[in-house]
Write a protein of this length. Structure first.
Length: 254
């Protein structure tokens, strides 16, 4: 059961023959903005608005806010925030979907005392997370056409302003630069991620040259700062001052 994992402390990824391993298993698909949202997969519907029944067509015709949680019963404050969000947009063309991966033995008794509003699905095997190509639980915004609008942050429900922006067509995945910041603020746009957050992989910091016994000192690339290693390399960060830094790489390691 994926509910045995405690987020975020046990979140990790390792390379595998069939893809990268995240909290929902091997990631074999990477969905992005404008991709058609997969249907919701679940073992049981734990709550539904009124007498509604779930079917794939429910993901079209209105905005959908989809959120994932593993250890639901340990997050009362978050659930309170979620219920408030659902209430705030009551009567608006938006539906709220909550997917829990927690074991029934702890989830169901807790839900009897702390109901969750909107659609609530039990997905202990993480099938929807796999279908969406998620490494970890996070929020997915789905437009009325059934296509993904963007991905939100992990761990908390989206803000009122994010949901309102999605309803009003003010979502963008282009982050402003210093040159465009003024126009961005005036536009009222809200930024979401174009893809789900990718957890670090062991080879992310592998040098771009074959292993050798030669010591190489190269300028650092990107924003990562730290020491990294694999089976045949070590990348060590060093900084002489605030303006200069480099990686020291050795290999092969025996």
């Amino acid at each position: 059961m994926i509910a045995r994992f405690l987020l975020p402390f046990l979140a990790f990824a390792v390379p595998g023959a069939f893809g990268q391993i995240g909290l929902y298993g091997p990631v074999n698909i990477r969905l992005k903005v404008s991709d058609l949202a997969p249907d919701i997969r679940f073992a049981k519907v734990l709550n539904a608005p009124g007498t509604a029944q779930w079917n794939p067509s429910n993901l079209t015709g209105q905005l959908t806010i989809l959120i994932f949680y593993l250890n639901t019963s340990r997050n009362l404050q978050t659930i309170t925030m979620w219920n408030s969000l659902v209430d705030t947009f009551a009567g608006k063309p938006v539906q709220f979907l909550f997917i829990s991966g927690e074991d029934e033995s702890t989830l169901l008794p807790w839900l009897s005392q702390h109901p969750i509003k909107g659609w609530v699905f039990h997905d202990p095997d993480g099938e929807t997370g796999k279908a969406y190509g998620l490494d970890r639980p996070e929020t997915v915004f789905i437009g009325p056409d059934g296509k993904i609008l963007g991905f939100g942050d992990m761990g908390f429900p989206p803000s009122d302003s994010q949901v309102k922006a999605a309803l009003e067509g003010r979502i963008t995945t282009t982050r402003p630069t210093r040159a465009t910041m003024k126009a961005f603020i005036e536009s009222g746009q809200v930024v979401l991620n174009a893809e789900a957050t990718r957890m670090p992989r062991p080879d992310d910091n592998r040098p771009k040259f074959p292993p050798s016994v030669t010591l190489r000192v190269l300028p650092s690339q990107g924003e990562d700062r730290g020491n990294f290693g694999g089976d045949d390399f070590r990348a060590l960060f060093s900084s002489r001052d605030s303006r200069s830094s480099h990686y020291v790489v050795t290999g092969p390691l025996r």
